[in-house]
Design a protein around this ligand. Structure first.
Ligand code: ADP
Ligand code: MG
Length: 258
């Protein structure tokens, strides 16, 4: 193929927003030559690859924008360590019908059982499926909203938490909230109600939310909206963080008593 035509294809691909095609053209031509590809297969190859590259790029940006602390998946989770947790429940959630239905998922349990891991895993699955995701701890969200409110920009800041298809609210209930703070949480939850999915994690049972939010009535109003459409997963096993340490302690004890 003449230099002139390849140069023109590169330029046109660039204008069409297909930078990968512009870069990979020589490689594509070699492959097509090597495989004695027909026109149809060649076009198919180019379009498929362009789509895959674009999808990879989209996912990369979406994951970065989500502010997730890591990108662990359901496959990275060792269900054998939490025998009371039914893997089917998590796999059902990972099929994302709840996201489509603008419903919620709550992961409850003590520290180290993998609540954040699984919340992230669901959010990563949502990202892959093309949904937008935003990850925050509850305390950080409250801090951000308070700061915005103080300078008259609450409505703008709220959009950060209202716009994404999936909002991950991590660590609900770690610190008790003041009344004005609890009110900001109520505003966020009630505005997302039936409009967008929430995945939350908490080390507190719902019955303790009154003391977390400093007000039974407000806590009930929050829970009312949150739980109307919500899959609740309780994980009540041992902490994975202590797994190796406990095993080490066990060995030490055995050695000492042997
Ligand atoms: P939590 O949010 O419940 O306190 P995390 O999700 O932060 O717990 O889990 C603590 C660490 O242990 C993370 O690195 C997480 O990936 C890992 N982890 C927890 N449970 C499991 C598990 N069952 N299989 C694999 N890794 C796990
Ligand atoms: Mg956590």
């Amino acid at each position: 193929m003449s230099e002139l035509v390849t140069a023109r294809i590169r330029a046109t691909a660039g204008k069409l927003g297909l930078p990968h095609l512009a870069e990979a053209l020589a490689g594509h031509l070699d492959r097509a030559d090597g495989a004695k590809m027909g026109y149809l297969d060649f076009l198919d190859l180019i379009l498929e690859e362009e789509l895959a590259v674009r999808e990879e790029r989209r996912l990369h940006h979406a994951l970065r924008a989500s502010k997730m602390p890591h990108h662990k998946t359901v496959d990275d989770y060792d269900f054998s360590y939490q025998p009371e947790l039914d893997p089917r429940k998590i796999k059902d959630l990972a099929a994302l019908a709840f996201v489509e239905g603008k419903a919620n998922a709550a992961l409850l349990g003590p520290p180290g059982v993998g609540k954040t891991h699984l919340a992230v895993a669901l959010a990563v699955a949502a990202c892959r499926a093309g949904y937008s995701v935003y990850f925050t701890t509850l305390d950080d969200m409250v801090r951000q909203l308070k700061a915005a409110d103080a300078i008259g920009r609450l409505a703008t800041k709220l959009r950060t938490y209202l716009r994404p298809h999936v909002l991950v609210l991590d660590e609900v209930g770690y610190l008790p909230l003041a009344r004005d703070e609890a009110n900001l949480v109520f505003q966020t939850i009630s505005k997302r109600y039936e409009k967008g999915a929430i995945v939350l994690t908490s080390n507190k049972a719902f019955s303790e939310w009154g003391s977390v939010f400093g007000d039974e009535v407000l806590a009930t109003a929050i829970l009312d909206r949150l739980l109307h459409h919500c899959e609740v997963i309780a994980i009540n096993g041992p902490s994975y963080r202590l797994k190796n340490r406990l095993a080490a302690v066990g060995t030490a004890v055995k050695t000492a008593t042997a």
